[in-house]
Design a protein around this ligand. Structure first.
Ligand SMILES: Cc1cc2nc3c(=O)[nH]c(=O)nc-3n(C[C@H](O)[C@H](O)[C@H](O)COP(=O)(O)O)c2cc1C
Length: 211
């Protein structure tokens, strides 16, 4: 026979244990219920970002179903990241690469870089960054049109020296009081073009691409 105090402690422990089990169960159930909705929302955001980069009518396939994971020093990503292949009438028309500029003012900047089959940039968008509002965040299209300055540029137009901000002798504007962020983005986009140039045969091969 347990003394009164021990019985009370045991009862409390059992109640606490049951409560913990119930809580974990509820959290797990909520997570299970919301996971598909979060995945669907992320997929939708991704589709919209990709669609912004490629001109309407330049592709007729589902980009998310035509991606494969790629990894290269020139892309700056820590982990393999998707390369999306756009096709029009079955012919490859563009590739969208996910790249990372590691040297932003406040850490890495994730970008989507769209490159047409002929090597010209279709467009660039900032996917994720922690740059300072009012300074480095002008890389977002919502804040400024600066990122549109990449449209139509290629490895040869401008030449090697032109692929820098004006302060460093290149062709791209920096922001007033903020050179670090645009410098990092220009460098990353230039490297993405170099990666495309080296690997375009594989990147544009329809059979290399799967869902
Ligand atoms: C609080 C604070 C936040 C800043 N944020 C940014 C930023 O997000 N991006 C950036 O390029 N520079 C930022 N700067 C300015 C940089 O420190 C640097 O002075 C500027 O980029 C000019 O670089 P440069 O000397 O190489 O031309 C910030 C400065 C301060 C004090």
């Amino acid at each position: 026979m347990l003394p009164e105090i021990s019985r009370s402690m045991l009862k409390n422990a059992i109640v606490l244990g049951l409560f913990a089990i119930a809580t974990v169960g509820v959290v797990a159930a909520i997570q299970q219920g919301t996971a598909p909705r979060i995945a669907a929302a992320e997929r939708e955001a991704q589709v919209q970002a990709l669609a912004q980069i490629l001109p309407a009518g330049s592709y007729d396939n589902h980009l998310l179903d035509n991606s494969r994971l790629v990894q290269d020093e020139l892309l700056g990503n820590r982990n393999p990241a998707p390369a999306y292949l756009a096709t029009l009438g079955g012919q490859p028309s563009a590739v969208i690469l996910q790249v990372t500029a590691p040297d932003g003012y406040s850490g890495s900047i994730k970008l989507l870089v769209g490159i047409l089959a002929d090597g010209r940039l279709a467009g660039v968008r900032a996917l994720h960054h922690r740059e300072t509002p009012g300074l480095g965040d002008k890389i977002e299209l919502a804040k400024s049109r600066w990122i549109l300055g990449f449209d139509g540029k290629s490895l040869i137009q401008p030449d090697e020296a032109g692929w820098a901000v004006k302060k460093d002798g290149g062709q791209f504007d920096q922001f007033a009081g903020a050179t670090i962020t645009p410098r990092a983005v220009v460098k990353a986009v230039h490297k993405a073009l170099q990666y495309f140039d080296k690997h375009k045969a594989e990147l544009l091969a329809p059979e290399a691409s799967h869902g």
